[in-house]
Ligand binder design. Sequence first.
Ligand code: WT7
Length: 629
Amino acid sequence: MTETFDVKLDEKLYIPDPRIKESAWTPDYTAAYREFLQDPEGFWEKAARELEWFRPWEHVLEWEYPYARWFTGARLNITYNCLDRHVRGERRDKPAIIWRGEAGEERILTYEQLSAGVMRLANGLKSLGIEKGDRVCIYMPLVPEQIIAMLACARIGAVHSVVFGGFGAGALHMRIQDAEARAVITADVGYRRGKTIPLKAIVDEATKDTQSVERIVVLRRADPPAELRPDREVDLAELMANAAPECPPEVMDAEDPLFILYTSGSTGAPKGIVHTCGGYMVGTYYTTRHVFDIKDEDIFWCTADTGWITGHSYIVYGPLATGATVVIREGTPDYPDPGAFWKIVQDLGVTIFYTAPTAIRMFMKYGEEWPDRYDLSSLRILGSVGEPLNPETFEWYYRVIGKERCPIVDTWWQTETGMHMITTMIGEPMRPGFAGKPIPGVVADVVDKDGNPVPPGTGGFLVIKEPWPAMLRTVYKNDERYCRYWNTIPGCYTAGDLAVKSEDGYIMVLGRADDLIVVAGHNIGTAEVESALVSHDAVAEAAVIGKPDPLKGNIIKAFVILRVGENPNDGLTAELARHVRKNLGPIAVPAEIAYVDRLPKTRSGKIMRRVLKAQELGMDPGDISTLEE
Ligand code: WT7
């Protein structure tokens, strides 16, 4: 672990329209946070009471460091809250899911229809012998059946392990093996940029020599439909059609596992993060409602894939628990043209839009004319997740997409946290570059390696100091790895991120602790230098690495993607160096700048700096199963 370091902070503040707070679920962040501190368990208990349980809890929290159990003794089924609760009430005919395909095709499923599909598939899985506690791998494109498959597992208490449909056979194989999945639910093909992705063929490859997989359920979309092997392959539509329509929800203990999700971390081998039923339900429900301020009229679009935690928590479980209308879209954001997303916002009247900085930077690269062709006036709240939202990108998002009207919630969280942890709640003043403050219900801080809080302006480690309901319970079959989250810094959950606080308690996330470069004895965060580069008009995206240097220990090398219409030349290189010097000081100036067309990224859009570094130094890049291309 490194020592703390100084960070220069931007003091810019955006004050939102005070009317935003008037109708917000959390009209006063400070008061809500105070209420939480006065009675932390009472705070979460209140949120839990808004949902339906088959049996109440004995204790809200039992905390035996580092193991937490939430809502102990309670019984529930998360699908009862995501489906039955609405079908029995006033949301029966309300659209639950609006799906758009790449060519503009549309499917709408009401809560009633979604519930009916889930129950049929749940019965279908039962008929294949799948029982409570069995692991089921879901490897599908972003279609309603993917969500139906997740909920069908949860309905019968099977543990789903969703693997993003962009992963290759090796990554899929490793995840199926580790989870010992008894069944795989897949589709014959997915669609991307007008081409088909042969998912089923990848599953065949990945399950060639797996002992655990007994059945493969296939959604057949292609024409003519793919051939199935009668001994172990099943047609999903047939399975549903032949199944009984009613499937009562399995009664789950609050601490029974709900799903495993392998992290797509940019370093190291994937870990199976385990989430449980009760606490995860309460955490995702509360944050969906209060961070996105979801109301019944909202059209909510989270552009992630359900294969990531963002999709689990904020496409599926959180929004459906609140009874929202959720938009999903198969395909890439710039296909058939860079206006594809904005057309959907206009067509469907999207009100809450949640995406990643890497997508926003891509839109910046294409230019304002694309969003400007569409009516975006339905939008009321914008969200960001996945990486630091650097000020340049914040300002573009705020001005060009939100028309200086919509608050931006930059939400910091992780696969491990299950739910939002840090953001600027709507209506609060926004600081570009800063995610914000811990949400009510969460205690976060920036500390040194011994766990002592560092003063404002000093960088340190981002930690969570108290358990929270949606926290991971363990790493699948690896308690030792789980304990490491809690014993790296005494008494704290260590997120692995570096951060810095402002005088008024806003937290800026600087990037992963392992993305730090030591230049001539100074610690420099890759995210800071990248942010400085991207703030130059000519730059669309940047990644920086440390390169060993006999004199300085390391020098900084930058890889830069220019915006459309910009050309690399020596003048520009000097100009970029000047620009970084002005922003961050001479110590952070890249000694080398290379112009590239693409950067190695994980499927979830995180730059894999270690791949760049390995290339640069002619080393073995290590595990690259999460690399996009
Ligand atoms: C890591 C977690 C949580 C859903 C998507 C990624 C980075 C996430 C932010 C943010 C700065 C962020 C962190 C974190 N990260 N959100 N708003 N600002 N950094 O989930 O794959 O588990 O990655 O993503 O480095 O530790 P994940």
